[in-house]
Ligand binder design. Structure first.
Ligand code: ZN
Length: 118
């Protein structure tokens, strides 16, 4: 009996799951349909060029090409707002996400903010 309690005392505590992995956001089928429809309608009417570097984005849309000019986290109401979407190539989107973008894009962010902050 004593032995067991000693063993338990030194048993390693399991790591908290939250520290190991960020919980994935669960979205339902309708939400996916809505996202696809939203992005596809933009893709249909927008020339397929990167807003920052002008690179041709091909004829096949990919989710990384759609940038929320104002971050979704800060402006959740604009998630499905066409005016908050700009097409970007993978490398420009990656830079923008990390906070690196040219003056022209900073201006676009400013203008979009002014448009929706009313
Ligand atoms: Zn680009």
């Amino acid at each position: 009996m004593l032995k067991r309690s000693l063993l338990n005392k030194f048993k390693r505590k399991p790591l908290k799951r939250t520290l190991l992995k960020k919980k994935p956001k669960v979205i339902n089928h309708e939400e996916i349909e809505r996202i696809n429809y939203f992005f596809f309608s933009i893709w249909r009417k927008t020339p397929h060029y990167c807003t920052i570097c002008g690179a041709w984005l091909d004829n096949e849309p990919h989710s990384y090409m759609f940038d929320h000019i104002l971050e979704k986290e800060k402006y959740p109401d604009l998630t499905y707002e066409e005016g908050d979407i700009a097409l970007l190539c993978l490398s420009c989107h990656d830079c923008k996400t990390r906070g690196f973008f040219p003056e022209s894009y900073a201006l676009l962010i400013k203008k979009t903010k002014e448009l929706f902050d009313k």
